[in-house]
Design a protein around this ligand. Structure first.
Ligand code: AMP
Length: 287
């Protein structure tokens, strides 16, 4: 497994693999790797791809009062995880390698970033779109892998790569969960045992949406009210940023489940902010 700390090093490793005829697959991460990240690496390996994992806690996607400084970092454990998962190269740049002094360019994706997490994390998606664009230009992969847990991020990245004509296939992968349903996240490590127990209710709340839709309910206000009742009872969050039903493509609010609909939430347990979502698709018969 190659360990590249500079752009030149990762480009050299990728060039050698490409010269050998292998497709290139990129898995961008912020480290503190878990089974969710491993599932992306495994999906990325398809077709004998040369799998590059980037590990970069990107300062530009954190707000001034967010957790950049305390974000979990464990390079040795992350490298062992990548090795075990069969990654071929890890790109671990320092902040100064990614952002030269005087850097003045930002990628902003309009529209999709106005919804859900956008208003609660000003500048976040500009940071994400900018760093992902840079990683895609540096590594120039054939495919790049992202988790559906960060559904809005995936939508923003798809829009950005299309708009900038980046020749990459963006692949979304299903959310990997703990046995009790909690979506795996590097931020789960912040939770106390008591908060961790309550956090399982997030998935339980979103699961009621699936049940409701299966029973024939199409009114998103009714579905959201049922989900919110479970959240308040089981999770008892300190703050709910949003619990919303949106069109899964446009991310605009919808009153009825008429097509693929994203039910998504972001909430705070103490100082930890967690997100999760479920996508429901009504039967073709009742469209
Ligand atoms: P992060 O390191 O949190 O920035 O995540 C890096 C990538 O892993 C993103 O594309 C995430 O959506 C994805 N990811 C994070 N958690 C999960 C999970 N539980 N299941 C699947 N993918 C995930």
């Amino acid at each position: 497994m190659h360990l590249a700390r500079t752009i030149a090093e990762v480009r050299a490793a990728v060039a050698a693999a490409r010269a050998a005829g292998r497709p290139i697959a990129l898995v961008p991460t912020m480290g503190a790797l878990h089974a969710g990240h491993v599932s992306l690496m495994q999906a990325a390996a398809r077709g004998d791809a040369f799998v590059v994992v980037s590990i970069f806690v990107n300062p530009t996607q954190f707000g001034p009062n967010e957790d950049f400084a305390r974000y979990p970092r464990d390079e040795a454990a992350d490298l062992a995880c990548c090795r075990n998962a069969g990654a071929h190269a890890v790109f671990l740049p320092a902040v100064a390698e990614m952002y030269a002094t005087g850097a003045a360019t930002t990628v902003h994706v309009r529209g999709l970033t106005d919804a859900l997490c956008g208003p609660h994390r000003p500048g976040h998606f500009d940071g994400v779109a900018t760093v992902v664009a840079k990683l895609l230009i540096i590594v120039a992969p054939d495919r790049a892998y992202f988790g559906e847990k960060d559904f809005q991020q995936l939508a923003v990245v798809r829009r950005m790569t299309a708009d900038l004509n980046l020749p990459v296939e963006v692949v979304g992968c299903p959310t990997v969960r703990e046995p009790d349903g909690l979506a795996m996240s590097s931020r789960n490590a912040y939770l106390t045992a008591e908060q961790r127990h309550r956090a399982a209710g997030i998935h339980a709340a979103l699961a009621t949406v699936r049940t409701g839709v299966a029973r024939g309910e199409r009114d998103t206000a009714a579905l959201l009210a049922a989900a919110k009742a479970v959240l308040l009872r089981e999770v008892r969050p300190d703050k709910i940023d949003y619990l919303s039903a949106v069109n899964a493509e446009t991310l605009r609010d919808v009153a009825r489940v008429a097509g693929p609909t994203l039910f998504a939430t972001a909430l705070h347990l103490g100082s930890t902010r967690l997100i999760d979502n479920v996508v429901v698709v009504p039967d073709a018969s009742d469209a």
